[in-house]
Ligand binder design. Structure first.
Ligand SMILES: [Fe+2]
Length: 241
């Protein structure tokens, strides 16, 4: 096992729906905030896909745009894990001779691969409903969105209960900062204006206050600036969910 420079356990975020909290020296707040948002979004997309009337063109157009936003954030999250987090951990658990940890980390990548075609099918379904809506497409999309919600939920449980504790046990602060740096790269200002209210949506009282404290004053100011516009768009996309 490698040692970390900072061994003092951090206070972690524990958000609604989170299956486990990996205690340790790394601050996993960004990871838990993203997981909360993925769970929340997929529950809402699955509900919207089955409840939005086929004739509500405005809502379907908004859902198609919103799906693209969601799936690009999820894609970036999974790409960062596959390119930066799991490879670093694989090296460390191999050096420690931990075969069951290797199996867990290989499962993470395999689960990402299983989720990708479901995401593509949802994107195609929402696009079709935005342009050539019909009952059969909607019914198919409702089934695929529910399957995607359940598949991602199972993956997140696996990641939170088995993979993130490995990060806390094996990864150094410098290793985790490489993950955080990659996670923060490549976004535009427009992306940031979406990401901040998106990350905070659905968090109430204490959870929101804790997240605002962790991410600091810039996050708080950006949320204040961006929240109104984000919520107006959400009300159109998810008005039947
Ligand atoms: Fe993750």
């Amino acid at each position: 096992m490698s040692t970390t420079s900072a061994t003092r356990p951090r206070r972690q975020l524990c958000l609604p729906g989170q299956s486990a909290t990996a205690e340790g020296p790394l601050d996993l707040s960004g990871m838990y905030l993203a997981h909360h948002a993925f769970r929340r979004d997929l529950a809402r997309f699955a509900a919207a896909a089955s409840a939005t009337p086929v004739s509500d063109a405005e809502a379907w157009r908004a859902l198609a745009v919103r799906w693209q936003r969601f799936s690009s954030v999820l894609h970036h999250h999974h790409t960062t894990e596959d390119a930066v987090l799991w490879p670093q951990l694989l090296e460390l658990v191999d050096a420690a001779g931990n075969a069951s940890a290797r199996a867990t980390l290989e499962a993470m990548e395999a689960e990402h691969d299983r989720i990708d075609p479901l995401l593509a099918a949802c994107a195609a379904g929402f696009e079709a409903m935005a342009h050539t809506p019909d009952d059969a497409t909607r019914d198919r999309l409702a089934g695929t969105a529910a399957e995607t919600r359940d598949c991602l939920a199972a993956h997140l449980v696996h990641e939170e209960t088995e993979a993130l504790p490995l990060a806390q046990r094996h990864l150094s602060e410098a290793g985790w900062q490489r993950v955080e740096k990659a996670a923060g790269e490549g976004g535009s200002l427009a992306d940031l204006f979406f990401l901040v209210p998106w990350a905070a949506a659905g968090l109430g009282g204490e959870d929101l206050e804790r997240a605002l404290t962790v991410f600091g004053r810039p996050f708080r100011v950006l949320l204040w600036v961006t929240r109104g516009r984000f919520e107006r768009s959400e009300q159109i996309a998810f008005r039947h969910a």
